[in-house]
Design a binder for this molecule. Structure first.
Ligand code: NAP
Length: 498
């Protein structure tokens, strides 16, 4: 189920958010800690108005809630007073044991409201995650819930392991009644933050009763996405533990457009698969444990394109020449490919490049793929970079000329008509956080045939703006992104992206 966590300050506003998202949600959580006190009395009539199963939660500040200045007893009394309204669930913390909280539990059980016993850990994932949840379920009397914050990939895999243990227990207890032994049916387990994100999308597939989402003015917890994104991008309801996983590893990675591109292609091809962002500082953990989560292929981005070379069982020739891998296919061991260079060439397919000159600005990882591509198409390439020694080293690898920015005016001149056919901007200058920047503001681009910036956000960088003003044809990085993703998708699935 997809649960919409409602965090407006009035129930009227919560109902508006619910209405807007009705087509995407199965259940609603009202976060009463966000409400103005004047609305507490109206909680009793809320479930009927939504027409959906509802969870009533009054989260404590130490568990990520807001602080409206109510003590334990007042919170419990306020929740008890709302129970007549037909709440399907109330959520209380697993250490709630004041008299008033015990009374709330009794009242809820008498009203037929199920109790979610939850705990939150914003500092990591406890080693005894599954055990604590099993203890909290008290043999299925309560629905155990945990929301934990993995700080790294090891934390994400602790969540995956807890899911496995809880699923196994659920299977082994089938057919038993509560009096005969433990019966563990429903539980809720999600990882917060960027590292935990895959566990939000895979929540139901891995065993959780639901995943939480936000669509109002405030996100209820770190890592929430909207219900529409869960359905439209990630196809949440179709995912099972047999679904094949693909994804992108990088750090950071949550801004990536690759999930939208790949998931649209997965859906267009009718595949039982999903593509997830894995934000990670330790890609090796994901590569080693891939089979446990049915992970079949990965895009690789900054800063892991070199690091993953050590873990690949085989590398194609372009990876060996470029020295960077942006695609890994899990085929009895990881097979490494580079699709950046062919993706880069795609918008230049109809150009005659042989024996013409190109200026490449930058000498980082992407520049290596660009230079490899241009040299393979027979171009004479000059590389300039802020750190001249890196441009020299790259140039030496590919038999070109390289140096500092001053090399540009030595090689090219608008006045003398000695301009390159192609000027390619490959530095990170021009995107966030240096969005206004242009690495070569003084270079006169008049007479350059094509100016190509591999950055795709923003659509038109300062470099492309100057190039357009100077009369160049301009290309941004989006066609490259799409073309390299299409090649990856074909390597992953054998199917076309479009
Ligand atoms: P990288 O390996 O970190 O290289 C960064 C490059 O930018 C280096 O040449 C660096 O020069 C230069 N640079 C950084 N800050 C600078 C500054 N203030 N002034 C001048 N030069 C500066 O990064 P990368 O992997 O090559 O990626 C570069 C860009 O390409 C990123 O924005 C990335 O998103 C984009 N990209 C796009 C696609 C696509 O599909 N469209 C694919 C790959 C990459 P120094 O050597 O002097 O540090």
């Amino acid at each position: 189920m997809i649960c919409l966590s409602c965090t407006e300050s009035s129930l009227e506003s919560d109902l508006l958010v619910i209405e807007k998202n009705r087509n995407f949600i199965d259940i609603v959580e009202i976060r009463a800690d966000f409400l103005d006190a004047a609305d507490y009395k109206n909680l009793v009539s809320l479930p009927k108005k939504t027409g959906l199963p509802c969870i009533l939660t009054f989260r404590r500040p130490e568990d990520g809630g807001v602080n409206p200045g109510l003590g334990r007893d007042e919170r419990a009394a306020m929740m008890s007073a709302a129970l007549d309204g037909g709440w399907a669930y109330i959520d209380i913390e697993d250490d709630a044991d004041a008299d008033s909280e015990r009374q709330l539990i009794k009242d809820a059980e008498a009203a037929g409201t199920r109790i979610i016993k939850s705990f939150h850990d914003f500092s990591g994932v406890p080693d005894n995650l599954a055990e604590r949840m099993i203890e909290n379920s008290k043999g299925d009397r309560y629905i155990a819930k945990a929301a934990v914050m993995p700080e790294n990939t090891a934390g994400l895999f602790k969540i995956i392991d807890a899911h496995r243990k809880l699923r196994e227990l659920r299977i082994s207890s089938e057919g038993y009644s509560c009096t005969n032994g433990p019966l563990f049916t429903d539980y809720i387990l999600v990882g917060m933050g960027a590292c935990g994100f895959p566990s939000r999308v895979m929540a139901a597939a891995w065993g959780s009763m639901l995943t939480f989402s936000s669509a109002g003015s405030t996100k209820a917890a770190p890592g929430h996405i909207s219900p529409a994104e869960l359905v439209d991008v990630y196809n949440y309801h179709a995912l099972t533990d047999e679904t094949e996983l693909f994804g992108i590893i990088g750090n950071p990675v949550m801004h990536s457009k690759s999930p939208a591109l790949h998931n649209a292609a997965i859906r267009a091809n009718g595949l039982d698969a999903v593509y997830l962002p894995f934000e990670t500082a330790d890609p090796e953990i994901i590569l080693e444990h891939a089979c446990e989560i049915n992970l079949k292929g990965l895009s690789v981005t900054i800063p892991h394109k070199q690091k993953v070379l050590d873990f690949a069982a085989s590398l194609d020739d372009s990876v060996k020449s470029i020295g960077a891998c942006n695609t890994l296919v899990n085929d009895k061991g990881w097979r490494g490919y580079n699709t950046d260079w062919s993706g880069f060439l795609q918008p230049l397919e109809s150009e005659i490049l042989e024996n013409r000159s190109a200026l490449v600005i930058g000498a980082g990882g992407a520049a290596r793929a660009v230079v490899y591509a241009l040299v393979s198409r027979g171009m004479k390439v000059v590389i300039v970079n802020r750190s001249p020694e890196k441009a020299e080293a790259l140039a030496a690898d590919f038999g070109c000329r390289g140096g500092g920015f001053e090399l540009m005016s030595e090689e090219f001149s608008a006045q003398n008509g000695r301009q390159p056919l192609l000027a390619v901007q490959t530095t990170s200058v021009g995107t966030a956080p240096n969005i206004e920047g242009n690495p070569v503001p003084d270079f006169d681009l008049s007479g350059v045939g094509i100016a190509y910036d591999i950055i795709y956000t923003p659509e038109k960088t300062a470099f492309l703006g100057a190039a357009e003003a100077a009369g160049c044809r301009i290309i941004n990085g989006f066609p490259m992104l799409k073309a390299q993703a299409a090649r990856q998708f074909h390597l992953f699935t054998g199917r076309p992206m479009e």
